[in-house]
Design a protein around this ligand. Sequence first.
Ligand code: G3I
Length: 314
Amino acid sequence: PPTGSPTGNRDQAFWGSCADSNTLNIAANAAILRSDFGQVTPENSMKWDALESSRGNFNFAGADTLVNWAVSNGKLIRGHTLVWHSQLPGWVNNINDRNTLTSVIQNHISVVAGRYAGRLYGTFHVSAFGITINFTLFTAWDVVNEIFNEDGSLRSSVFSRVLGESFVTIAFQAARAADPTSVLYINDYNLDSNNAKVQGMVNLVRRVNANSQIIDALGTQMHLSAGGAGGAQAALTALASLGLEVAITELDIVGASANDYTTVLRACLNTPLCVGITSWGVADVNSWRASSNPLLFDNNYRAKAAYTALINAL
Ligand code: G3I
């Protein structure tokens, strides 16, 4: 793929997983990531509390571990996440004036997205034609995460209380300035059918993008219940209705039935603007909802029937 990521470009289609040093350090887990997944998302290491626990003091140890692993192993990265009300340090939560919060958001995004922007994991030079193609590592950023209530209205957070909806544009413009080639996502959960929350996201993106493309893409996490994949196609169709790229960013499904997983896969494949799926982990044992057996590999890192069904469907 060329430098930059034109939105909706399936040349970079992927199936990824979240990861971080705690799971990269497990040999069986890392082996599956290398062989079966093409993209990684930092599960926790790029959240605000991990990176900037006090104002202006950045700690990139965990994030750099993930990025360096991706470079060494030729995996794409979806950055996660620049502005989120959760895992947000108290010093940000306590800001109550517009100017301070605006510059704090802008500085955080500039430092974090700027650190990894344009980092390459390969260059391909066609000498006969004098063409150089760069392979960029970062394909996407979740710029804002989980900003909606279930009815599609804006969630109350320090960001919305102090800045109203304008924090969305502030964040995306800062991300664009820091990393002009990544695809910039708005991301949320419970966007699993064509529901009020999906409509709230679509309407907000339409408003924000009224004059120019500020937001590039819409992400649906898809933490599904058993049998909960039936609305996935309708959700993706609605999210893609603006003509922007979409992706499934944190997939896990209670019980991990082959039918649920292949239903989600087909929904993405049937949606031309759906560029990829990221599993929220490799094996159940390391999942945030481990007792629900939601992933493609079991507690002993053995592939489940759902994994085989996906390979056959692909
Ligand atoms: O880092 C501390 C560690 O120092 C401490 O000893 C330990 C004791 O509990 O906690 C560690 O922090 C935990 C962190 O994961 C890192 O392991 C937090 O308690 C724990 O709450 C945190 O959970 C993460 C959760 O986001 C936080 O909201 C999950 O691993 C992660 O899978 C989950 O991911 C989220 C996405 O980012 C957004 N969408 C929903 C998804 C699932 O909740």
